[in-house]
Design a protein around this ligand. Structure first.
Ligand code: NAP
Length: 301
């Protein structure tokens, strides 16, 4: 690794006090428009403190027209890592030197690794979701019947990452059927995927081992809305929701009351950041500490 990747570890005492900033500090950050709501800086700075690495992570409000100048700045300043959020996940791709195959299939980049000016675009959203699902509720996804509600950007990454786990089938149900069909088609070489009409949802849920909400239905402030009737799920099924505001959506609360295992969206957020941290630094991400910091911030909002 070159100059951009050099990390200087802090002593334990320094790590507790806060991120050190000196002439060795390595820069990281997240770009988006808007961006001031982002919890990534507090989460990632906790990770740097916890591991004693001399890095600092901030948030940059970058508009579409300033994307090329931003990328030039990344190269000029040797910014080691960048996370990319709405609305730049697609547009950023043309400015990078290399796109990892996963990001290519998903059609979006959420993480940039800067290797001495060679910028690689990756996508950690889908693998972050799957790692969280496996670590928190269901370690073995092989042979499982999965229903995925929604066919947007997040669903693309999750669908891609799920195929690597060899589930028996992934059925995509979306308000706009054509988008579900297009997603199933684009991933069809990787596993058993199909699109289904919303009319079939009750029957599909009654057979499913895992039902994932990747739509924004139920997100604050529309907290009374549900993407699916939890009464349709098998009692031993997993109900999963990408939303983490609220931490437990009504869908999850009602599924839990029926005895289902539940899985909220906070883990996906944590692990997409954990993977980015690991790609940038080569060190394991301190996930428990990262979770603690984000949870505390969400509670104090
Ligand atoms: P997106 O690309 O805009 O896709 C939204 C999806 O939701 C589409 O399939 C859309 O259906 C569907 N949808 C939206 N409103 C609906 C409604 N009222 N009724 C039925 N379907 C509806 O968004 P995204 O980036 O994939 O994000 C989706 C959700 O995931 C958001 O809640 C977001 O906060 C969450 N998310 C969480 C994380 C995390 O780290 N936990 C990361 C990324 C995203 P149509 O195709 O018919 O429009």
């Amino acid at each position: 690794m070159g100059e951009t990747a050099v990390e200087h570890h802090l002593t334990a005492a320094e790590a507790v006090q806060g991120n050190r900033v000196d002439s060795h500090t390595v820069l990281y950050g997240v770009i988006g428009d808007p961006i001031r709501h982002s919890k990534s800086p507090i989460m990632m700075n906790r990770a740097f403190r916890e591991t004693g690495m001399n890095g600092i992570y901030t948030a940059w409000h970058i508009t579409g027209e300033s994307l090329p100048a931003f990328v030039a700045g990344v190269r000029a300043m040797g910014i080691r890592g960048v996370n990319v959020t709405i609305p730049h996940k697609l547009a950023i791709m043309e400015y990078l030197d290399e796109i990892h195959p996963s990001a290519q299939v998903i059609g979006a980049v959420n993480t940039i690794v800067n290797n001495d000016g060679h910028l690689i675009g990756m996508n950690t959203d889908g693998i972050g979701y799957v790692r969280s699902l496996k670590e928190e509720v269901e370690p073995d996804l092989r042979g499982k019947h999965i229903v995925m509600l929604g066919a947007g950007g997040a669903a693309r990454g999750i669908g891609y990452a799920l195929t690597a786990e060899q589930p028996a089938a992934i059925t995509i149900v979306n308000r706009t059927l054509e988008r579900a069909q297009e997603l199933a088609e684009s991933l069809s070489g990787l596993g058993q995927l199909a699109a289904a009409h919303q009319d079939e949802l009750e029957a599909l849920c009654s057979q499913a081992d895992i039902v994932i909400n990747t739509t924004s239905i139920g997100m604050y402030p529309n907290v009374d809305e549900m993407p699916v009737d939890p009464a349709w799920l098998k009692a031993d099924a997993v109900a999963s929701d990408l939303i983490y505001n609220p931490l437990k959506t009504r869908y999850l609360l009602e599924a839990e009351a029926r005895g289902c295992r539940i899985h909220g969206g906070l883990g996906m957020f944590l692990y997409q950041g954990a993977y980015a941290f690991e790609y940038w630094t080569g060190e394991s991400a301190p996930v428990a500490a990262m979770r603690e910091t984000v949870l505390a911030s969400l509670m104090n909002r």
